[in-house]
Ligand binder design. Structure first.
Ligand code: ADP
Length: 494
């Protein structure tokens, strides 16, 4: 029976399982959405039990389908929405509260106070991150302080904390393992990415007891075996990475300077910086790209909270489109230079602004503005935000020659074409769009010895379509100036 790899991709809006053959072709897929819970303005939660149930169900379906097709699942790779924080009971594995999702802004006052105390420099120097509610530490602090009895239970060693990968592995191994990988740990604000250890000073700063934390392993490692009841036999879990790092592996960004941008709910640009911790002077993040064989490879990251989510809002919030793909047709119909600008700060702004308090705006409308212009403004806002990141990278001395894109949104040709124009950069869209799941599968495959090296993987990467900036595209500078004005006006409104 030919070997294959099961990737569990636990995302922000759905849990997905994809089985890949060793050439990276999809053998089986299963996907289930789960509830988004919004208890208050700026709060976003997920039910840990739903995350587990949808993850297990989709994995079982994909597993059975692959085996029915004559494949043997050799290993599992896991990738997950990052930073999202969950506390659970060590004995029963039951979450003691909903997970607090990466988008959640409830800890903005804590972050502001720490910033005012002058702590951001120390945090950035050790973790590569800034003080923002996005990262896990203040979410964990909130759970410990606000769930009745949590601090006492933590003191007695009864609670385990983790990001979603860690929780899934606890459940998959029947409670045998409490582990995570270095990429997920690097998003917590508790992990020193220079020494690759939980940092006692940071634990003190955020009020976190060390005994709730998981062991941090390489991204390719023996994370444990699944309980035999789940798949009929024990299957080893051999690869783990946070979703953006996994996408970067799936895009084969293995050499220094290789860069990818993923357009899903949010947008995340990651550039491989090799074995160098490159601190950003322009409010980008330094993070772990992957850790393999004990060697850490770093990345510079730009994180934008709202990309596809703006299109979701047009569809489900104000209901001016029926489906996400319809946005392409409307963008083509919209008046050129209508002047309408959307700043999609629905949950604040990420890099390079890091302004959790600002909220979204729609500016510059006239009586002639229709839904086509608004839809186009939403798509354009995704390109402008990416431009902001590339401008920050340029100031950090980085000038990539080609960008690899992926994520649900890049099915939109208009969007990718406009991106190439606005960035004035060649943009490549790969054949396999499921790069996040593919990256998790690649990590597990490396550890299983099914691939000998990165070169094996790189030779599998294929371009589906290359987008070159159009010669006739003019007015770039004026557009960017208008965008900057729109951002400034929106921030001034807070
Ligand atoms: P995630 O993994 O973050 O849940 P996906 O990578 O599955 O996200 O991408 C889904 C997002 O892409 C949704 O927010 C959706 O609105 C957007 N999207 C999907 N197809 C298109 C399209 N053709 N044009 C614009 N946006 C799209």
């Amino acid at each position: 029976m030919p070997d294959c790899i099961l990737a569990m991709d636990q995302g922000t809006t759905s849990s997905r399982a994809i089985v890949f053959d060793l050439k990276g072709a999809i053998v089986a897929v299963s996907q289930q959405e789960f509830r988004q819970i919004y208890p208050a303005d700026g709060w976003v939660e997920h039910d840990g039990n739903e995350i587990w149930e949808t993850s297990l169900k989709t994995a079982q379906i994909a597993y059975s389908e692959a085996e029915a097709k004559g494949f043997r699942v050799a290993a599992i790779g896991i990738t997950n929405q990052r930073e999202t924080s969950l506390l659970w009971d060590r004995d029963t594995l039951a979450p003691i509260h909903n997970a607090i999702v990466w988008q959640d802004r409830r800890t903005a006052p804590v972050c502001r106070a720490l910033k005012e105390d002058g702590m951001e420099g120390m945090v950035q120097d050790r973790t590569g991150l800034l003080l923002d509610p996005y990262f896990s530490a203040t979410k964990l602090g909130w759970l410990l302080d606000n769930v009745e009895g949590a601090r006492a239970a933590a003191r007695e060693g009864k609670l385990a904390w983790g990001t979603i990968d860690s929780f899934l592995m606890a459940k998959l191994t029947g409670g045998k393992r409490h582990v995570t990988d270095a990429t997920n740990a690097s998003r917590s604000s508790l992990f020193n990415i220079r020494t690759q250890e939980w940092d006692p000073d940071l634990l003190g700063l955020f009020g976190v007891p060390e005994n709730v934390l998981p062991d941090v392993l390489d991204s390719c490692a023996g994370f444990g075996e699944t309980h035999p009841d789940l798949f009929g036999r024990a299957v080893p879990i051999l690869g783990v990475a946070g979703d953006q790092q996994a996408a970067s592996v799936g895009q084969c960004c293995f050499s220094e300077g290789a860069i990818k941008s993923t357009y899903g709910t949010g947008c995340f640009v990651l550039m491989n910086t090799g074995q160098k911790f490159v601190p950003s002077k322009n409010r980008l993040l330094t993070t772990v790209a992957y850790r393999i064989g004990g060697e850490t490879t770093y990345a510079l990251e730009g994180s934008i909270f709202i990309a596809g989510a703006a299109i979701q809002w047009l569809r489900d919030g104000i209901k001016i489109i029926e489906s996400a793909p319809e946005s392409q047709q409307l963008a083509l119909q919209a008046a050129e230079n209508s002047g309408v600008m959307m700043v999609p700060a629905f949950t604040g702004l990420g890099a390079p602004y890091w302004d959790p308090e600002v909220r979204a705006s729609l500016l510059g409308m006239t009586r002639a503005t229709g839904r086509a212009e608004i839809v186009r403004a939403a798509l354009e806002s995704v390109c402008y935000q990416t431009h902001d990141l590339f401008a920050a990278m340029a100031e950090d001395g980085i000038a990539p020659s080609v960008l690899r894109v992926d994520g649900g949104m890049v099915a939109n040709d208009w969007l990718v074409g406009h991106l190439a124009n606005l960035l004035d950069l060649t943009v490549d869209r790969p054949q396999v769009m499921e790069t996040t799941a593919l990256g998790a599968a690649y990590l597990a495959g490396l550890q299983a010895g099914l691939y000998a090296s990165f070169d094996d993987l790189s030779s599998q990467w294929q371009c589906e379509r290359r987008f070159e900036p159009a010669q006739e595209f003019t007015g770039r500078d004026a557009m960017i100036t208008r965008w900057k004005k729109a951002v400034a006006a929106t921030r001034a409104f807070v």
